[in-house]
Design a protein around this ligand. Sequence first.
Ligand SMILES: Cc1cc2nc3c(=O)[nH]c(=O)nc-3n(C[C@H](O)[C@H](O)[C@H](O)COP(=O)(O)OP(=O)(O)OC[C@H]3O[C@@H](n4cnc5c(N)ncnc54)[C@H](O)[C@@H]3O)c2cc1C
Length: 835
Amino acid sequence: MYLLHELRANGFSSRVLEAGDDVGGTWYWNRYPGARCDISTTDYTYTWDPELHEQWTWSEKHAAQPEILKYAQFVAKKHDLYSGIDFNTKVTSAAWNDSAKRWTLNTSTGETITARHYVMATGCLSVPKDPDIPGTDRYQGPVYVTGRWPHEGVDFTGKKVAVIGTGSSSIQSIPHIAEQAAELVVFQRTPNFSMPAFNGPQPADRAARLEADRKAYEAEARLSSAGVPMEMPTVSALGVSRDEAFAMLEKSWQKGELLALGGTFMDVGTNREANEVICDFMRTKIKEVVNDPETAELLSPRGHAYGTKRPCMDTNYFQTFNLPHVRLVDLRKKPISSITETGIEFGNESKDFDAIVYATGFDAMTGAIVNVDITGKDGLTLKKKWEHGPLTYLGLTSVGFPNFYMITGPGSPSVLSNMMVSIEQHVDWIRDTLIDLREAGVDTIEATPVAEEGWRVHCTDCADITLFQDTNSWYMGANVPGKPRVLFPYIGGVGRYRQTCDEVRARGYLGFELSGSSTKQRNDGIVRQVQPDVDMVLEMMAQMGLPSMDSMSPAEARAFSEASSAMRPPGPEVGEMIDGTLPGAAGPLEYRLYRPATKGPHPVVVYFHGGGWVFGSHVSDDPLCRDLCKNADVLIVSVNYRHAPEDRFPAAADDGYAALQWVAANVASLGGDPSRIAVAGWSAGGNVAAVAAQLARDNGGPELKGQLLLTPVTDGSRQHGSHHENADGYILTKSLMEWFWNHYADQSDRSHPKASPLLASDLSGLPPAMVVTAQFDPLRDEGDAYARALMGAGVPVEHLQARGHIHTSITMVDALPSGKPPRAQMAAALRRFLH
Ligand SMILES: Cc1cc2nc3c(=O)[nH]c(=O)nc-3n(C[C@H](O)[C@H](O)[C@H](O)COP(=O)(O)OP(=O)(O)OC[C@H]3O[C@@H](n4cnc5c(N)ncnc54)[C@H](O)[C@@H]3O)c2cc1C
């Protein structure tokens, strides 16, 4: 409806084809008793016509289906949209004609329509899923599907009714059906988390904010994470006591807002243990309400994280199971063997019913799209292309299908958002794009394969740091047999997604090929490459407006670095940590020993911290050292080598080697195994480690089993391309690196192999290495060059080029989930070297 309005307003000719006989979509089809929105009507409402807010007043916080349908009708009448819609007209197939540069659509009415542009606004939850239960067509009594409810309503008075399914639609309808039915049996496969809607007037705080400044509120919604203005949580569910956590959750619970519980803590989406705090809270609530402990337990979700299946909102759902005529059947224990002519056979029972209600969900997100036989270029069908999962660019377009768009398609925030906001954003983008194309004389727009693959990778990166993939949900396609198992919606957030779409346009349709009779433009590229959690940190830091460290004195930089370190999660528990001193090249050096909890003697890793030779200490990489100690099962000795500018080159290098020699000579007394020693280091510490390995080779030992170099400094010339490509914006900057070098070493010393291990004349005979470089790091290319040079010299090398990472991100243990896989690979390398 909004798109039709915008197309008309901007002078495009358009037709809307609608299978139903009225407007309303979801709210036209889903007429089951109790059907309501569960995003508050303060937010689940159009924003594109400001007059509507004066002309329409929602009666409730969560409006019921009839009211939302009336709203759609009201808007359609007000804007004369009925005249632009062909009702009772289903699109059955569509094909791209590449010579005419037009789409041809066939409809259920037998009509053929051609169009320059083709938009699928067919809904994400508009195709009810066929129940995969044997015998469904045997049943002779009335059958109802929640997503296709009869317009005249259904009277269950005095009837024996079966409801199959316990997702959102049944959770909303069961209390109403139970009010009428003489007997109600609910068949449940998986229990769901649901919280009371506490329906009533619109939330006072939101209404007041809208009243005070509607535009600001709407702008905040558009840049929020789920399309509803929310305060961003800053507390970890694991950072407070269970009582405190429950008290905070109770406050959120009382709000009766869909997103409130999940928004109480910052880590429920990414950390299973934190998520379990909410799950526990919800199960406690169920137990408080449901009288029979066995039924309460059956209704209590276990085994999936809160939010990874769509949380539900209800009015008296759990209370309904206290009624004497309502029974819950656990399909995991008593599966349905068949629907019969008169009822249902399940477990060892057979029961007659007067009516069966299927509330078995939807073929979500892609169902309505692939239901239409869509053929793009070269005979490729969308169904075939999406066989292993939907491939889209921005969830809006797909390669091979020019001038084809989807509203809230897979790969966009869609069902993980307040869909009113997401729908409007897509309409705005499509409208603006069509205007741009018209103005530029462009006939076709098509995403490039590089852009589409980049978007797929980005969507996967976003999904990988959440808990969604562990749950069989319709978000993952798991409810439909044979459907590919991927996270269909984009989980990166509504605001970030909008910014991305805007950026694509602003950068001249990055990732698209545009062509017209006198114009052709292929602007290939990938719009998002930094890991999503890293990107968030960068954005947060940019917002904080932190001073650059190279504008500070070394003392200020050290204080700044210590203050930032104090805010980190500590890293995993290890068996023991001991602080001590060892003799360096010119005096005692502090060290910290990390011992695994397992039985020793352990192999030993001498570790050198990062900090550009200027700051940091034996404890400054604590979380990383703990992580490596635990996961590689090695004893780590982290050394506080001397720092510049007080002690310039070669102090750090000499201390590194001296520390290595001392550890090798004292391994047994430290509880380590003298025959298994390796070195490791990050950044400048990676430089110290690489140099120590070379010195050990050249000076008669100790013999090393391996070297782990994480984003190491290897070349003082700083001539590599990554210093320019990643000069700014990724924490370690080109100028900060220059500041480090200036403090550490004179120009004339920088080509010495003790400063630049890459420049050593001979790299043969060095211990096996793992070299980790980060894609968005000024030091990337010199790390890559070192890995290649080692390989060229015959050294066994594992070279990990960490995609989407920056210089610092892999060390951020427990703060950035995307760093976990590369760290696991680092630990595995140490195990390989040493175990
Ligand atoms: C019970 C229920 C409750 C929901 N509650 C919320 C909520 O609280 N908050 C929220 O954000 N979202 C909610 N949603 C999601 C809801 O679908 C969206 O909010 C929104 O209504 C989608 O609008 P749409 O126009 O994109 O799609 P729809 O409303 O689904 O409309 C799609 C239309 O396309 C038509 N169509 C499909 N295929 C064809 C074809 N081949 N040819 C012609 N016409 C076709 C359909 O008939 C339908 O009318 C809910 C969904 C359901 C099912």
